[in-house]
Design a protein around this ligand. Structure first.
Ligand SMILES: [Zn+2]
Ligand SMILES: [Zn+2]
Ligand SMILES: [Zn+2]
Length: 219
């Protein structure tokens, strides 16, 4: 996993904490698909890498019986996933999650991002993509085109999977549930203050009426 330091697959130099680019030889280490099975395929349509403008490759990361195609750049190892594909990938991992590892989730968030803020173009439509924090709280900033999918820099798919495995999605669910509960409490509170308010108004007008009456008596 990416929070461990490893060795560069090109020159064997030690890699920095969570790093994918070797600071000695400049080589990019494939952490996303390292050890994963995949085959290369003829692309259906040309996709241009958001990271470096090269034509991306089409990879099947499952099997020939149940293929699952993704696009990846051979040059910078960026990955493009069509809409919905990331959900299919992380749902598989999320099913295995039973505990939330808050410490490891925190550690994942601490991995420094080397790149400066950079807006990139969608590999399909070439429109500038939106930057978003994956899962709202992961700290993994990905590029998204609403119409076509998401672009991940090298190493980001692996980080997303680590985040899911350590309970990131579960923690979000919990937070959502708490928010909902809080919201319901607030609704009750509002309803109560509303009726209190109405009571105050009635009481005030009653006293005012009384005042008029008393004034009338004394006048
Ligand atoms: Zn190296
Ligand atoms: Zn690229
Ligand atoms: Zn697009």
């Amino acid at each position: 996993m990416s929070t461990k330091s490893g060795k560069c697959e090109h020159c064997n130099a030690p890699l920095g904490h969570g790093a994918i680019k070797c600071s000695y030889c400049g080589g990019i280490n494939d952490v996303d698909l390292k050890g994963h099975y995949f085959t290369l395929h003829e692309p259906e349509e040309e996709r241009i890498c958001a990271g470096c403008d090269q034509v991306m490759q089409t990879l099947n990361i499952r099997s020939s019986e149940a293929p699952f195609y993704i696009e990846r750049c051979d040059n910078c190892l960026g990955i493009f996933l069509d809409n919905g594909e990331i959900d299919l990938i992380i749902n598989d991992h999320d099913k295995l999650v039973h505990t939330i590892d808050h410490i490891r989730l925190g550690a994942l968030k601490e991995i420094p991002r080397n790149e400066a803020v950079k807006y990139v173009k969608c590999p399909v439509c070439q429109k500038v993509m939106n930057r978003m924090n994956f899962g709202d709280s992961s700290g993994i900033i990905i590029d998204q085109c609403r119409d076509h999918g998401i672009y991940l820099d090298a190493g980001e798919l692996q980080r997303i999977v680590s985040w899911v495995k350590q309970g990131g999605l579960r923690r979000n669910e919990q937070r959502e549930a708490l928010k909902k509960e809080d919201f319901q409490w607030r609704e009750v509170f509002h309803a109560e203050t509303r009726s209190q308010h109405n009571y105050d108004r009635r009481a005030q007008s009653f006293l005012r009426g009384l005042g008029n009456f008393i004034q009338h008596l004394w006048s």
